[in-house]
Design a protein around this ligand. Sequence first.
Ligand SMILES: CC(C)(COP(=O)(O)OP(=O)(O)OC[C@H]1O[C@@H](n2cnc3c(N)ncnc32)[C@H](O)[C@@H]1OP(=O)(O)O)[C@@H](O)C(=O)NCCC(=O)NCCS
Length: 150
Amino acid sequence: MANVTIRDATDKDIPIILGLLYDLGRPKPHQDSDVDSFRKLVKNYIQDSDKKLLVAILDDVKIVGMISMMLLSRLNRDALEMYIPELIVLGKHQGQGIGKKLITSCIAFATEKKCHRIRLDSGNSRKESHEFYKHIGFEQSSLSFTKNLS
Ligand SMILES: CC(C)(COP(=O)(O)OP(=O)(O)OC[C@H]1O[C@@H](n2cnc3c(N)ncnc32)[C@H](O)[C@@H]1OP(=O)(O)O)[C@@H](O)C(=O)NCCC(=O)NCCS
């Protein structure tokens, strides 16, 4: 089992977090101003009390994964819902229990916040991650619909 610890992300981690997001297939910057605005978005995310960003550190030095979380309120529930927009483990470190460790930390945070459930979307093509989520106890409970406006 890899020597991995989970901690809150800090501003210093922002460039590596952006690198992980590009690995996930998220948009890459087209120009320098995009880099600045992406950095600002991550910084705001870290500072937002309704959001949380955790990183997985290998051997106390290298960031090898991250998970982002948002606390959402619903109209018909007092308890919050935890939504996970991003979960990524670097390719060569996958299959070593790191994704599960990040989810375990997420569950601990959701429990602390008395959330009634955790929800996430996973693209149709991500068959492997669907199996991962099922394996660690998530159920496929809905279909997700999107309408692109750009
Ligand atoms: C999906 C992902 C986060 C999983 O993280 P990981 O570190 O590779 O997974 P882990 O090693 O923690 O696996 C935990 C458990 O799930 C199981 N598992 C992992 N992938 C699996 C798969 N494709 N099918 C079945 N079981 C799987 C492992 O065998 C392990 O089981 P165990 O606890 O009984 O030993 C990671 O592979 C990843 O970042 N993939 C690319 C990005 C991505 O798809 N992110 C999700 C976007 S929605």
